[in-house]
Write a protein that binds this ligand. Structure first.
Ligand code: FES
Length: 77
């Protein structure tokens, strides 16, 4: 699904900017993709997507790496 129509940025593009570029704000997403905001109508959706990319998707925690690091592997029998 498109987040930013003006720049043809999809949800996966926002997540990639967060994961690979460390983007935490819409301006950083635009910078990562080499574009700039036009109408600005995507800012709220983009912020929500950035917040979602910081979580594990199952709760409101903000450190998915810490959550998965605490999960003990299932022993093979
Ligand atoms: S929809 Fe993103 S700048 Fe217009």
């Amino acid at each position: 699904m498109y987040v930013c129509i003006c720049n043809a940025l999809r949800e996966k593009d926002v997540r990639r900017a967060a994961e690979e570029g460390g983007a935490t704000r819409p301006a950083e997403v635009f910078r990562f993709h080499g574009c700039a905001p036009q109408c600005g109508k995507c800012a709220c959706h983009m912020r929500a997507e950035l917040l979602q990319s910081k979580t594990c998707g199952n709760c409101d925690c903000e450190d998915a790496a810490a959550v998965t690091a605490n999960v003990a592997p299932i022993a093979a029998e």
